[in-house]
Design a protein around this ligand. Structure first.
Ligand code: GLC
Ligand code: CA
Length: 514
C-alpha cells in the first residue's frame, strides 16, 4: 500500500467496550478484538480506529484518560495492544488510535498533583484553574458541552474549567509543558506502530476565559498545535491525522486541512443532513469544494459512537440530526429506516475519499432507545437531568451469534443489555443471508476497494429527487429519493441496495452501474 493509503481508505471504528469480550466480564477487550480480526479482514476494511483504550475511570467512556501511555486494565495490557497492532498489520489492517488533547481525567497524576500543589503552583498551570467571583460564583457562567456549569470548585476555593464532565479537567494549551507532553505521547504510540491519530475535540483547545460568552471553538492559536503534530507524524512513514471538529463554517474547517496540518477530518455535515436529494447533493458539493482545491481527501461518515444509528435516524419523520436534538423516542419506521440506511451506505461508499464505518452499522443495528434509566452511563443523561438520554443507545454490545443475549458477545452479562430481537441481526445470521446488511457492506467495500476510493466525481443530469454521478467514468451511482421507481442507465448492474422493481430502481434505493 502507498504512503497515502488513507486517502481512499475504508476505516472501521471499534468501540472496544462493546465490540467483543474475551474474558467474560461483560466488557469488550483486546482479546475479543484480536479474535475478531478475521471478521474485519473478511469485511474488507483497510484500518481500524479505536476509541480511547487508555486507563480510565470511564466517566465518559474512556474520554477521561488517566494515563496516555498505558492500556485500560479491563481492555488488556500494553503487550496485548502491541500484539494486536502486529496481528492486524499481518492481515493488511492498519490502526488509528484516539488522542484526547483537550482534557484528561481527574484521576490522572497531573491533576492529582495540581490539587495537592495548591493555587499559583506550576502544577496548576497545566490546567485552567481560576479564582471565583464574589459571592461564591465560578469565574464565569460558561456551560459544559455535557450540560451544567463548566466549572467545578476544589476544596481550597479555586475553580477549574471542564468543557465536558467535571471528571475531565481541561488542559492549559498555552503552557509549553502541555505541548511537549503531547508530542511525547504521539511519539510513544507512533513508535509502537500505530498508523493514524484521531484527534478528539480538536477545535476547542484554546479558551478566552475573560469572555462572558463561551469562547473556545476554533481559536486561531489551535493551528500551531497541529503544525507541531504534523511535523512529528511526518517523521514516520505512511502515518496520518484525522481531526474531530464539529464546525458549521466549512471555510474555517478547511484551514485545519492545510498542507502542514491534518491530512483529514471527519465530515459531519453529511451525517447531519436529512434524507433529501437536494440536501445530500448540497452537502457533497460543499464538501468537495472545500477539500478538492487544497488537495485534502474528503471523508464520509454515516455514524459513530456519538450519534443516532442510521437505521433509526432515517426511519424518523424528521431525518435530520444534531447533538442538540437527538429526537429520542420520536416514532420510527425501522423497515423504512433500514432501506434508506442501505441506500445511504452505497452512496457514501461511492463518494471520493475516505469512508468511516462504525461497528454495528454494517449489521444495521438500530439505536436502542429503551435502555433502563438506571443503566445509562453517558454523563449527558445525569447532567441534563434526564432531558437528554445521551449516547448509550448506539453503544450497545455487538450481537455475534446465537438466539439470545449476550449473542456471543462474551460469556458474561454485557455492560449494556442487548434487545432480545437482535437475534436476527447477529453476524452469524447475516453471514448466512445474501441479502443482509452485512452482505451489502461486504460486497460494497470489495467493489469500492478495486473501483472507487479517492478520485474524481462528475454529476450527471437527473430528475429532481435523484442523485446520479460517475466516478472516473467507469462506475455510475444512482440514488432514487423519489417515491416512484425510475429507469436505470444501460450497463452492467454491479450492486443495488434493495431489489429492483421489474428492472427499475425503486424508491430509497441506490444502484451501482458500470
Ligand atoms: C468527542 C468524543 C466524545 C467525547 C467528547 C469528549 O466528541 O467523540 O465521545 O464524549 O469528545 O472527549
Ligand atoms: Ca472483557
Amino acid at each position: 500500500m502507498s504512503e497515502t493509503w488513507w486517502r481512499g481508505a475504508a476505516i472501521y471504528q471499534v468501540y472496544l467496550r462493546s465490540f467483543a469480550d474475551g474474558n467474560g466480564d461483560g466488557i469488550g477487550d483486546l482479546a475479543g478484538l484480536r479474535a475478531k480480526l478475521p471478521y474485519l479482514a473478511d469485511l474488507g476494511v483497510d484500518a481500524i480506529w479505536l476509541n480511547p483504550w487508555y486507563p480510565s475511570p470511564m466517566a465518559d467512556g474512556g474520554y477521561d484518560v488517566a494515563d496516555y501511555r498505558a492500556i485500560e486494565p479491563s481492555f488488556g495490557t500494553l503487550a496485548e495492544a502491541e500484539a494486536y497492532i502486529e496481528e492486524a498489520h499481518a492481515l493488511g489492517i492498519r490502526t488509528i488510535i484516539d488522542i484526547v488533547p483537550n482534557h484528561g481525567s481527574d484521576q490522572q497524576d497531573w491533576f492529582v498533583e495540581a490539587l495537592a500543589a495548591g493555587p499559583g503552583s506550576p502544577e496548576r498551570e497545566r490546567f485552567l484553574f481560576r479564582a471565583g467571583r464574589d459571592g461564591g460564583l465560578p469565574p464565569n457562567d460558561w456551560q459544559s458541552i455535557f450540560a451544567g456549569p463548566a466549572w467545578t470548585q476544589v476544596p481550597d476555593g479555586e475553580w477549574y474549567l471542564h468543557l465536558f464532565a467535571p471528571e475531565q479537567p481541561d488542559f492549559n494549551w498555552r503552557n509549553p509543558e502541555v505541548v511537549e507532553e503531547f508530542h511525547a505521547i504521539l511519539r510513544f504510540w507512533l513508535d509502537r506502530g500505530v498508523d493514524g491519530i484521531r484527534i478528539d475535540s480538536a477545535a476547542v483547545l484554546f479558551k478566552d476565559l475573560d469572555n462572558v460568552e463561551e469562547s473556545y471553538t476554533d481559536h486561531d492559536e489551535v493551528h500551531e498545535v497541529y503544525r507541531g503534530w504534523r511535523a512529528i507524524t511526518d517523521a514516520y512513514e505512511g502515518r496520518f491525522l484525522v481531526g474531530e471538529m464539529w464546525m458549521p463554517d466549512q471555510e474555517r474547517f478547511a484551514l485545519y486541512l492545510r498542507q502542514d496540518e491534518m491530512q483529514t477530518a471527519f465530515n459531519f455535515d453529511f451525517l447531519s443532513r436529512p434524507w433529501d436529494a437536494d440536501e445530500l447533493r448540497a452537502s457533497i458539493d460543499l464538501t468537495l469544494t472545500t477539500h478538492v482545491p487544497i488537495g485534502a481527501p474528503p471523508t464520509w461518515v454515516l455514524s459513530n459512537h456519538d450519534v443516532t444509528r442510521p437505521v433509526t435516524k432515517y426511519g424518523r419523520p424528521d431525518t435530520s440530526f444534531s447533538h442538540q436534538d437527538r429526537k429520542h423516542g420520536m416514532p420510527t419506521d425501522l423497515v423504512l429506516g433500514e432501506r434508506r440506511a442501505r441506500a445511504a451506505a452505497l452512496l457514501a461508499m461511492a463518494l471520493p475519499g475516505g469512508l468511516y464505518v462504525y461497528q454495528g452499522e454494517e449489521l444495521g443495528l438500530p439505536e436502542v432507545e429503551d435502555l433502563p434509566d438506571a443503566l445509562l452511563q453517558d454523563p449527558i443523561f445525569a447532567r441534563s437531568h434526564g432531558t437528554d438520554r445521551g449516547r448509550d443507545g448506539c453503544r450497545v454490545p455487538i450481537p455475534w451469534s446465537g438466539k439470545e443475549p449476550p449473542f456471543g458477545f462474551g460469556a458474561g452479562t454485557p455492560w449494556l443489555p442487548q434487545p432480545a430481537d437482535w437475534k436476527n441481526l447477529t453476524v452469524e445470521s447475516q453471514q448466512a443471508d445474501q441479502n443482509s446488511m452485512l452482505a451489502l457492506y461486504r460486497d460494497g467495500l470489495r467493489i469500492r476497494r478495486t473501483e472507487l476510493g479517492d478520485g474524481v466525481l462528475t454529476w450527471l443530469d437527473s430528475a429532481p429527487g435523484v442523485l446520479t454521478f460517475t466516478r472516473d467514468s467507469t462506475l455510475t451511482c444512482i440514488v432514487n429519493l423519489t417515491p416512484d421507481p425510475i429507469d436505470l442507465p444501460a450497463g452492467q448492474i454491479l450492486l443495488t441496495s434493495s431489489p429492483l422493481d421489474e428492472g427499475r430502481l425503486p424508491s430509497d434505493t441506490t444502484a451501482w452501474v458500470r
